[in-house]
Design a protein around this ligand. Structure first.
Ligand code: FAD
Ligand code: NAI
Length: 465
């Protein structure tokens, strides 16, 4: 078989590149080894985690928020098998949808493990062990990432789990210890806390979500604490001992000091993810990796002619929408068109309740870069829709560069802010000032009016607070 493009990896990076390549008339094949398309995101990442976050949010709201709204439920109980089933149904439906999209765009879906076998050659080992070689003008590496292990701590995906195990626990753990206060730890920790676990998060650094704007991170942690999540910041886990009746977890201060032991039924290791290139045959053509194992790129090109790279396996944030946009841009470049990703406008959302959404620079980054900036803020407490909905936690913060008069960062905590961040991304792509946002009519009553009020605040004329 001879192709214009062979894509290795069927995640959001790979499958979106395949669709775009198919649309542009490139003869394309996509190779995936897990038996289903959709990658980490659809199978064991974004989609199943959001299915559990959504369902567990309803469960907690039914117990804690409904009564204050005059909705009484007697005999409320958790049907965990059904909650897990509806999650699997969402995954199945979406992965089949991606397979349909491959057929629709005339992309060959080749099941098996892909290995670069020399210039223009990709060898695929199928599920039955049979090998075939695909000839191609271009190769796109989209092999994604896997959880980073913690040395000395053995994962069994039942009691000591990564995110994959934490998405399928068959009982609610009495006590859960989460190692790492990043996105996975806080999202999946929230799921199990809502379902009844006592959750303690152990974080090496002195703040949660370390790359986030400090003020937002502090507000977010305050909210999570109020919800009952416990934190051991500035601590590291040194061992996890498996006992017949639970786990004994030893932690000690990151800067040195007295060790302590905590009990747990389940430990979730969520200390980051690492690029996956095992068995990929990079050495056969000389594709280079950096010290951390990422394949660097220049406009999605590796150091080898005709070999491209996108998504988690290359540099930049490990996010599905970043992988998707890179896939589209790479496919367009391979087809002889232009392709570009604006890394200054990639939104980040944490899908807890309240959600956290941000795009662009944090205050700390602007200070470090010596950029003169103005800030506008607005508390959700003063937004009429938030008050009406009993969803008053959080704030919106808008940062504008004084010299260019452009919005360079927006950071929000609040219910539904993950949907609201899209407006800000469009504004930033069009080079908007805070005043542009402030003078754009927003529907009333909506939470998005909080963005408008915060934008007014940049020039000192916030009206509703
Ligand atoms: P992947 O999705 O990892 O796909 C790579 C695919 O390549 C895999 O299916 C793998 O089996 C396959 N593969 C690897 N090597 C080979 C080979 N040699 N041959 C054949 N196939 C191969 N991001 C968000 O933006 N929003 C979220 O809400 C979100 N939630 C997440 C929740 C969790 C629990 C996790 C773990 C991640 C989450 N992410 C989220 C991150 C997101 O899943 C990744 O950024 C995204 O999947 C990266 O896409 P990718 O295409 O680069 O790689
Ligand atoms: P992360 O990088 O977000 O957080 C890891 C945390 O673990 C950091 O706070 C770090 O300081 C801490 N840490 C590292 N080593 C430690 C140790 N030994 N002991 C204690 N703490 C330690 O990584 P996470 O949460 O594993 O997520 C991986 C990737 O998946 C992220 O890059 C994220 O972008 C993506 N993701 C995105 C989601 C979203 O967009 N909503 C949801 C889930 C994952």
């Amino acid at each position: 078989m001879s192709y214009d493009l062979v894509i290795i990896g069927g995640g959001p990076g790979g499958y979106n590149a395949a669709i775009r390549a198919g649309q542009l008339g490139l003869k394309t094949a996509i190779i995936e080894s897990r038996g289903k398309l959709g990658g980490t995101c659809l199978n064991v990442g974004c989609i199943p985690s959001k299915a559990l976050l959504h369902a567990s949010e309803f469960y907690e709201a039914a117990a804690k928020t409904f009564p204050s709204m005059g909705v009484k439920i007697t005999g409320l109980s958790l049907d965990l098998p059904q909650m897990l089933k509806q999650k699997e149904d969402a995954v199945d439906g979406l992965t089949k949808g991606v397979e349909f999209l491959m057929r629709k765009n005339k992309v060959d879906y080749v099941k098996g493990f892909g290995r670069i076998a020399g210039a223009g050659k990709v060898e695929v080992t199928g599920p039955d062990g049979a090998k075939q070689t695909l000839e191609t003008k271009n190769i796109l590496i989209a092999t994604g990432s896997v959880p980073t292990p913690l040395p000395g701590i053995e994962i069994d995906e039942e009691r000591v789990v990564t995110s994959t195990g934490a998405l399928s626990l068959n009982a609610v753990p009495g006590k859960m210890i989460v190692i790492g206060a990043g996105v996975i730890g806080l999202e999946l920790g929230s799921v199990w806390r809502r379902l009844g676990s006592e959750v303690t998060v152990v974080e090496f650094l002195d703040k949660i979500t370390p790359t986030m704007d400090n003020e937002i991170s502090t507000a977010f942690q305050r909210t999570l604490k109020k919800q009952g999540m416990k934190f051991e910041l500035g601590h590291k886990v040194t061992s996890v001992e498996k006992l017949s009746n639970g786990l004994s977890v030893t932690i000690e201060p990151a800067k040195g000091g007295q060790a302590r032991t905590l009990e747990a039924d389940v430990v979730l290791v969520a200390i980051g993810r690492k690029p996956f290139t095992e068995g990929l045959g990079l050495e056969t053509v000389g594709v280079q990796t950096d010290a951390r194992g990422f394949i660097p790129n220049d406009h999605f090109k590796t150091n080898v002619e005709g070999v491209y790279v996108i998504g988690d396996v290359t540099t930049g944030p490990m996010l599905a929408h970043k992988a998707e946009d890179e896939g589209i841009a790479a496919a367009q470049i391979i087809a002889g068109q232009w392709g570009h990703v604006n890394y200054d406008v990639i939104p980040n959302v944490i899908y807890t309740d309240p959600e956290v959404a941000s795009v662009g620079k944090t205050e700390e980054e602007l200070k470090a870069a010596g950029v003169e900036y103005k800030v506008g803020k607005f508390p959700m407490m003063a937004n009429s829709r938030a008050r009406t909905n009993h969803e008053t936690e959080g704030l919106v913060k808008v940062l504008e560069d004084v010299a260019t008069k452009r919005v360079v960062g927006v950071h929000m905590v609040g219910t539904g802010v993950g949907e609201m961040i899209g407006e800000v991304c469009v504004a930033m792509e069009f080079g908007a000032s805070a005043e542009d946002i402030a003078r754009t009519c927003h529907a009333h009553p909506t939470m998005s009016e909080a963005i408008k009020e915060a934008a007014k605040g940049v020039d000192g004329w916030t009206m509703q607070a």
